[in-house]
Design a binder for this molecule. Structure first.
Ligand code: AMP
Length: 297
């Protein structure tokens, strides 16, 4: 018998499962009935970006599980962890109108009964961009995603291209651990202004949010200048344009090869070229990326 934990049993029929064995037995039943399992890992504070992943999971699989867990091991900044929005009730409500059939919302002791001491090695993939400025972040991501995959055993898991480097690392982890899950990449969902949707946008003032739209605008401007301008000129243009806005400060801007994340130096290189940026808007750190040029065969 599944011990269901529901927030508002009267008007929230969505399954919110806190416990690993309950989730496993629910999934086992679904698999025995021949259903494929789709999985969308999140940290909650759900928005249209997350929902697009859930919709895609609904299109591609029969039974969709969404996890909501603010994973402490991937935060290198304790104040970021503390300020991360936690809105489980609203999230469950949003998922009601989606193809999600079960929410897995474990607490920290459930996910980490003992400290996770595993050290992954992703080589250069974890030393650039986010990895460089958030040491330990991807190790924490790999810890939690591998645990979640172990619990859910999904056929397919859905990740947003918004966290482009995370997607590359998760694919590398699946290969390293030879996990039987297919990773599906989903496009970035943006606000009307072009700002990539993020749970962190809620921490911006109206004025900051308006100014943060410059990030995407500048990435589009960079794309427009390919291949006429050199990689170096475009890099300088992006950083100067963003930093000229008094609300914004670039932490890094890189143009990388989308498979091994090495820097692109020339537009002629036969690789997909992705522009990746991290920008502080006040205390809020925003990331975004855009494909500047596809591989020419
Ligand atoms: P998070 O809750 O921030 O850990 O994100 C959970 C998943 O949602 C990750 O795979 C993210 O890449 C994805 N995601 C977050 N924001 C967006 C967005 N604006 N568009 C598409 N996917 C997103």
């Amino acid at each position: 018998m599944i011990n269901l934990f529901t927030l508002h049993p009267d008007f929230l029929p969505m399954l919110v499962i806190k416990n690993i064995s309950d989730l496993k037995s629910l999934i086992r039943t679904q698999k025995e009935a021949g259903k494929t399992i789709g999985f969308v890992p999140t940290m909650g504070a759900l928005h249209a970006g997350h929902l697009s992943l859930v919709e895609e999971a609904g299109r591609q699989t029969d039974f969709v599980v969404v996890s909501i867990f603010v994973n402490p091991t991937q935060f290198n900044d304790p104040s970021d962890l503390e300020k991360y929005p936690r809105t489980l009730e609203a999230d469950a409500k949003l998922l009601e109108a989606s193809p999600c059939q079960a929410i897995f919302a474990p607490d920290i002791a459930t996910m980490y009964p003992k400290p996770d001491t595993r050290q992954f090695n992703f080589g250069e993939l974890e030393r650039v961009m986010e990895g460089r400025f958030r040491p330990g972040h991807f190790n924490g991501v790999a810890q939690v995603v591998s645990k979640l995959f172990d619990i859910v055993e999904p056929h397919k898991a859905f990740f947003g291209q918004k966290d482009f480097q995370q997607l590359v690392i998760v694919k590398a982890m699946v290969k390293q651990l030879t996990l039987p899950v297919e990773i599906i990449a989903c496009p970035i969902i943006r606000e009307e202004s072009g700002l990539a949707r993020s749970s962190r946008n809620e921490r911006l003032t109206a004025e900051q949010r308006e100014n943060a739209a410059l990030i995407y605008k500048t990435l589009c401007e960079a794309r427009n200048q390919v291949p006429g301008q050199s990689v170096k000129t475009i890099k300088n243009m992006v950083v100067e344009t963003i930093n000229a806005n008094p609300f914004l400060e670039t932490e890094y801007f890189e143009i990388v090869n989308d498979t091994d994340l090495t820097s692109v130096n020339d537009w002629d290189e036969p690789v997909n070229k992705v522009a990746c940026v991290a920008v502080f808007c006040g205390e809020v750190r925003l990331i975004d990326n855009l494909v500047l040029a596809e591989k020419i065969n």
